[in-house]
Design a protein around this ligand. Structure first.
Ligand code: NAP
Length: 407
């Protein structure tokens, strides 16, 4: 069997035949007849120029196929066809779509490893736009804010960065990530690796209807202990940005770690440190668009001290009706060290009650090391309340209700 090839397709059921894609394509790969707009696989170079101007998103479809669809086949379609076994397609939670930016796809696949094999988005989440901009074809954003979130005397420097996209469209959903494209090249002459950051603001921006987004970024020490390899290049670049600076951005990325739009959904959010970024977005979304939602948010958030917990102040103002909060600290002398997974056990009966509901969603985000502890706490809680954790988790995964993003 030959290796699958990547093919760019247009969804005829959604396309409004506005000709924008054909007019934009720099290599003449998009053509049309009286029925459909189609993409010629022999000409398309995946530059993505056609993707962001498309007003419907019908252009944003990529598949990995053993045998590419011919132009004649595409002209005859009324819908996108199914793809075969061993191939990956649009139905597969965007797996093939994400393959378009292989670097971002690999980073996300690694971050989502803990979610299990086949990761799905929640059934009620909005459809994300992804891969609109790549490393080689990034969008330029302007820095409009860079605020320190941690206290001046705290040992870590965590920052809230605001990027504005001006008149350009860069649509994101809560839970998606963006790539920061670093200027310059590494010692080997190659571009620096791209770094992904979760978007910390809701889909309509930092304030309603602003065309911006925010990130939560922690400055990481520049050298490894042995001095062998430079670390923290991206975080230092981002943390040092000044108002008015221009930044190159790729993305948006991620089509599964998304928020359910169902107001009845209860959402358990478990995070450490800057892993809180997507949950700030989730919280703002609920607060703004569904303030009287029946479902509730449950936050388990771990940091060393209150001074090092990003958004500690604003969190105090979130209404209890909207969110149940457990802020957990590991380094407050002389209090015993506590991690999020420890606090979960003290809330065992509430968590068990939530796990029994088919409307509960779980999101874990932050340090990779927390995964094991969180898993053990769910096992422990379930054992006490007669729930089979592994079966419950498998069912939640299948239904797009269990998500892990750890680095
Ligand atoms: P951190 O400050 O190093 O740690 C936060 C808290 O987690 C501390 O209280 C720490 O305790 C505790 N912790 C350490 N090991 C743990 C474990 N095994 N189980 C549970 N808690 C544990 O965190 P950070 O540097 O902000 O790291 C956050 C992680 O989130 C990074 O890996 C980052 O890549 C990832 N992330 C970031 C984003 C983003 O957009 N910025 C998005 C998604 C994920 P002690 O230090 O006292 O042991």
């Amino acid at each position: 069997m030959t290796a699958p090839v990547k093919q760019h397709l247009i969804d005829p059921a959604v396309c409004i035949r506005c000709n924008t894609c054909e007019a934009t394509c720099p290599v003449g790969a998009v053509t049309h007849d009286s029925n459909n707009y189609v993409v010629d696989i022999d000409k398309c170079n995946f530059c993505m120029d056609c993707v962001s101007p498309c007003p419907t998103g019908s252009i944003n479809h990529f598949v990995m196929v053993q045998k590419p669809f011919s132009l004649d086949e595409q002209f005859s379609w009324t819908d996108l066809p199914e793809v075969g076994a061993g191939e990956s397609g649009y139905g597969d939670a965007g797996a093939a779509i994400e393959a378009v930016d292989e670097e971002a796809a690999a980073l996300l696949a690694d971050a989502h490893k803990g979610s299990g094999g086949k990761v799905r988005a929640p059934a009620s989440s909005a459809k994300p736009r992804i891969n609109l901009f790549s490393r080689s074809n990034p969008i330029e954003a302007t820095v409009t804010g860079n605020f320190r979130l941690t206290a001046e005397n705290a040992s870590s420097d965590i920052r809230h960065i605001i990027l504005d996209f001006g008149a350009n469209a860069f649509p994101v959903l809560e839970g998606q990530s963006i790539g920061i494209v670093l200027p310059g090249t590494a010692k080997n002459g190659r571009p620096h690796p791209m770094r992904l950051y979760s978007v910390a603001s809701p889909r309509d921006g930092e304030r309603p209807n602003t065309n911006n987004l925010s990130l939560t970024v922690k400055r990481v020490a520049e050298k490894n202990a042995d001095g062998s390899e430079q670390r923290g290049l991206a975080s230092n670049y981002v943390c040092d940005l000044k108002q008015g600076d221009k930044v190159k951005v790729a993305g948006p990325f991620g089509s599964t770690f998304l928020m359910p739009d169902d107001p009845a959904a209860d959402i358990i959010m478990i995070c450490t440190g800057t892993g809180s970024a997507p949950f700030r977005a989730f919280t703002e979304r609920r607060r703004r668009s569904m303030p009287s939602a029946h479902g509730r948010l449950y936050l388990f958030f771990g940091a060393r001290t209150p001074q090092e917990l990003p958004y500690f102040g604003p969190l105090q103002k979130v209404p209890k009706k909207l969110m149940d909060q457990e802020l957990v600290f590991s380094r407050i002398d002389p209090v015993k060290k506590e991690y999020v997974q420890d606090r979960m056990r003290t809330r065992a009966s509430d968590l068990a009650m939530l796990l029994k509901r088919g409307t509960t969603h779980i999101y874990v985000c932050g340090l990779r090391g927390m995964e094991e502890g969180v898993e053990k706490s769910f096992e422990f809680i379930c054992a006490q309340f007669g729930i089979h954790w592994h079966e419950t988790r498998a069912q939640m995964r299948d239904q797009g209700r269990y998500h892990v993003e750890t680095y």
